[in-house]
Ligand binder design. Structure first.
Ligand code: ZN
Length: 145
């Protein structure tokens, strides 16, 4: 295994052990949940969206380390973004994971590259994209607030 893969593995384990953005938001105005039956991953999102900006996000759930790490990284990435920026990132992330497309990620989002290795394991792709698909649904709901 290459050094880079080792670093990515460490990063995924670190996020799954100490997930970011857990807990609840008092002012959440969007709730959405998602399930990945092929692995048993469950994710619940709480968002506070105002003026088309994600002003708060919490990710809760249970699942494998890939799904939990992905949710944690996602929350860190999109917290504070506009809905439009987040939608673009969802699209880029999914292109990277499912099509193996090389995408330009801003320096502060480089952690997400750690997940690109899952594209070699189709069954894991659903784990990595679960929270992102759930966020996509949540943002659709937010648009009709
Ligand atoms: Zn999983």
């Amino acid at each position: 295994m290459s050094l880079q893969n080792e670093l990515y593995k460490e990063l995924i384990l670190e996020h799954s052990r100490n997930p970011s953005h857990r807990g609840h938001l008092d002012d959440a105005n969007v709730h959405e949940s998602g399930v990945n039956r092929s692995c048993g991953d469950e994710v619940e999102l709480e968002l506070f969206v105002k003026d088309a900006v994600i002003r708060g996000i919490r990710v809760n759930g249970n699942g494998c380390s890939i799904s939990m790490a992905s949710g944690s990284m996602m929350a860190e990435s999109v917290d504070g973004m506009t809905v439009e920026q987040a939608e673009q990132l969802i699209e880029n992330f999914k292109a990277m994971i499912t099509e193996g497309k090389a995408v330009e990620l801003p320096a502060e989002l480089e952690d997400l590259e750690a997940l690109q290795g899952v594209k070699r394991y189709p069954i894991r792709v659903k784990c990595a994209t679960l929270s992102w698909n759930t966020l996509e649904q949540a943002l659709k709901k937010a648009a009709s607030l």
